[in-house]
Design a protein around this ligand. Structure first.
Ligand code: ADP
Length: 723
């Protein structure tokens, strides 16, 4: 199977693994969502209710730490709260005006939905909620009235109002306890962060008539209480303020980390706009939470409007972020529709925000929910499609899908969330999960990239070291070559002077013989003339040898000299050469001994002319570099006779008892023109002979070794393959 198929299978496996992980993550989010919503649920405490009065038990002894009151309110519409502030006002005044009893709290519709058990009194049906206040402003206002009886009046109690649309005033036994979530001039700070926490003051007998007055601008579609108020004792009052405060701190801290880390990481991005888009998403989400949880006091109309605007902008920003981060120019070129997708989303967001702003009255039960839901799913589907089409199976697409799941869960929970038990909205959990995922993704990516960079740096360092070592080697080689060149140059000069000296000697002699012949030829006998002419011929031969040596080496080294290999007998060759030299040496005090096997001719595959040149050179050196009385031994034998033919060798040794070669100069004697220091001026030579020997033997794949002792003699040992 080809590697392409392999990688395709691997890719498919990765894709299915990623899809499975995304699905598992979505499932986990669903579980988290259900669990938090369940834990957050405010259950009506089922307090004892008789004669229109709730009996509040001693909370410090009770199992629960708060009692939630979701039903049996008396709701009075059309009462301007400024009337209640009037000291002449009494509750009995309310008996004559329209009111509803058995009212329950609606988390989405406020007083537009008073519950199935509500019964209207003093009116034929629900009256018009609009009133003209004493200051002439048109407002709507409603009172939620609740009678409480406290068993134990020694402890302090608080009433907690988690969420309402409108300005809330709380009265207890005619006392104005404070305002919640009013505009700046109406705002009275009360204990609590994100929810109203107001102390209840029962009378001596333990009775408390609590009136929660909610008034709003008429534009508001669903005013009133949006979450069950609860009664808590002093021991638990902190819980209602500290937990939401801590949770918001966690969100802000994460945001700070992301801001700082993102700022640092984004410095390596080509497109920093992505980072600002991301920060916009974070700010929209945090601002949404801040307004929704009443961390920022806004009147009901502005609260609804800002929440709605932030929600739509958040969705558009998520889309823009994913679009500019992941959709490449290449994919936009292929699918031009992608170019207009962000514009379409932006225009839709603007229309969705601007249109309701110009129709102030239109905020009602369905209005924010429908466009919010549409926007969430439209952007979610667009992002998911983008990822599936263009980044299918990539690591980034996995990460985007995870963030997208968080986005959808954030939005769905934000739309459906009501204030919970701990004043921690479920959707904020998904903002935290998304932020943690982002931090994990970018940090791990950063760490991986840094490690890769470190590895590359290390590899590069190693490479540089290797290259430097190589350069040093080359440098050493070069200086060695340079040294050799200089030596060669020196040797060349020497040889030139030697050659010219060597040539001058026979030339001078020839010239001498020729002059004698010219001057005295008439007085000479024929024999004398013949001797002179013979001398002239010998000198010419001597010159020819010198010149042919140089020419031969030059040819050998330039490889222009052809070798003709054939099977020859070493014994025969050595015998011939030795006989020639023996004749030459007769009467000189020097002699040659030849030791060769009798039965074995020692055949080798060689060029006979070249090989005899080798032996001649070595023997003539042995003759030259010995004292007057010299014994030159030439030996040849076979090694490995019992072994297969290709492992048998023929060995030749030429031994003399002459001047020897200094040990440190032995490696150099095969260099061109090299002459050992002890060879001196007396023994004439060019330093070429052994170079020729070495070059010829190399071409025969034969080895030559030298053993020598100064003043005692030298042995040249040649090893050749037998044939
Ligand atoms: P040449 O004999 O012309 O100087 P060679 O290349 O034949 O050049 O030899 C190189 C050198 O090796 C000689 O100059 C000599 O110093 C040394 N050498 C060669 N053969 C012998 C030997 N048998 N005994 C001592 N020295 C030798």
């Amino acid at each position: 199977m080809s590697t392409k198929d392999d990688s395709q299978i691997k890719h498919k496996k990765n894709v299915s693994k990623q899809l499975l992980l995304v699905l598992l993550f979505a499932l986990a989010c669903l579980c988290i969502s259900l669990m938090i919503n369940h834990a957050n649920e405010r259950k009506d405490s089922g307090l004892l209710y008789s004669d229109g009065i709730y009996e509040i038990p001693d909370l410090s002894e009770g199992a629960d730490d708060a009692v939630y009151i979701g039903e049996n309110y008396i709701f009075v519409p059309n009462i301007d709260y400024t009337d209640i502030d009037d000291s002449s006002f009494t509750y009995s005044d309310l008996h004559d005006v329209p009111y509803a009893s058995g009212v329950s709290i609606s988390p989405t519709d406020g007083w537009n939905d008073l519950g199935a058990d509500a019964v209207w009194h003093n009116t034929d049906g629900a009256p018009d909620m609009r009133i003209i206040r004493k200051d002439g402003k048109e407002k709507t206002c409603g009172l939620y009235i609740l009678s409480l009886y406290f068993e134990d009046t020694t402890d302090a109690y608080y009433i907690n109002i988690p969420n309402a649309n409108g300005l809330v005033r709380i009265y207890c036994n005619y006392d104005n306890l404070g305002f919640l979530w009013g505009r700046h001039d109406e705002w009275t700070p009360v204990v609590g962060f994100g929810s109203g926490l107001v102390p209840v003051l029962p009378d001596e007998d333990g009775y408390a008539q609590v009136v929660i007055a909610v008034s709003t601008n008429v534009k508001m579609g669903n005013p009133g209480l949006l979450a069950m108020p609860s009664v808590i004792d002093s021991g638990n009052s902190l819980r209602f303020s500290i937990i939401p405060a801590l949770w918001y701190m966690v969100q802000l801290t994460l945001f700070a980390f992301i801001l700082l880390g993102g700022f640092l990481v984004s410095r390596t991005f080509k497109n920093r706009l992505v980072f600002y888009q991301f920060i916009a998403i974070e700010i929209f989400a945090l601002a949404y939470t801040m307004i929704d949880c009443n961390y920022l006091a806004l009147d009901a109309y502005n609260k609804g409007m800002f929440k709605y605007m932030l929600f739509i902008l958040l969705n558009a920003a998520v889309f823009a972020y994913i679009d500019s981060f992941f959709i490449t120019k290449e994919s936009k070129r292929k699918f031009p529709v992608l170019n207009i997708a962000p514009i379409v989303v932006l225009v839709a967001a603007l229309i969705a925000v601007v249109v309701p702003l110009s129709y102030g009255q239109s905020l009602n039960t369905w209005f924010p929910v429908v466009p919010e839901t549409l926007f969430t799913f439209a952007t979610g589907i667009l992002v998911t499609l983008n990822m599936l089409i263009f980044h299918y199976g990539e690591e980034s697409s996995f990460f985007v899908c995870i963030v997208e799941v968080c986005h959808v869960f954030f939005c769905v929970n934000a739309i459906t969330d009501t204030s919970g038990k701990y004043n921690i909205p479920t959707y904020t959990v998904f903002l935290v999960i998304a932020n943690l995922t982002l931090e994990f993704y970018f940090t791990s990516k950063y760490v991986i990239n840094t490690r890769k960079l470190e590895d590359t740096m290390n590899n590069m360092q190693i490479l540089v070291q290797q290259k430097t070592a190589r350069i040093t080697e080359i440098n050493e080689d070069l200086s060695e070559t340079n040294r050799k060149l200089l030596e060669n140059e020196e040797a060349r000069k020497n040889v030139l002077s030697n050659v010219s000296h060597d040539l001058r000697t026979p030339i001078t002699a020839i010239r001498g013989y020729a002059e004698i012949l010219l001057r005295t030829r008439d007085n000479m006998s024929d024999q004398q003339k013949g001797n002179y002419l013979m001398n002239i011929i010998r000198r010419c031969e001597q010159m020819e040898t010198i010149i042919s040596d140089i020419v031969e080496l030059t040819r050998l080294e330039s490889n222009s000299n052809e070798f003709r290999f054939t099977d020859i007998s070493i014994c025969e060759m050595l015998d011939e050469i030795c006989m020639m030299y023996e004749a030459d040496l007769e009467g000189t005090g020097k002699h040659i001994e030849l030791e060769i096997p009798e039965e074995d001719l020692l055949f080798v595959n060689a060029d006979p002319k070249k090989l005899s040149r080798v032996f001649e050179n070595l023997i003539s050196n042995a003759v030259n570099y010995t004292y007057d009385e010299a014994a030159i031994k030439v030996r040849a034998w076979r090694e490995g006779a019992g072994l297969p033919a290709d492992r048998q060798t023929v060995n030749i040794e030429i031994e003399d008892n002459g001047i020897g070669i200094p040990e440190n100069e032995i490696p150099m004697i095969f260099d061109r023109f090299y002459r050992a220091k002890n060879s001196g001026q007396n023994i004439k030579g060019t330093g070429i002979g052994l170079s020729i020997v070495k070059t010829i033997l190399d071409r025969h794949n034969a080895k030559i070794e030298v053993r020598s002792t100064i003043g005692k003699g030298t042995v040249f040992h040649i090893t050749m393959k037998a044939s």
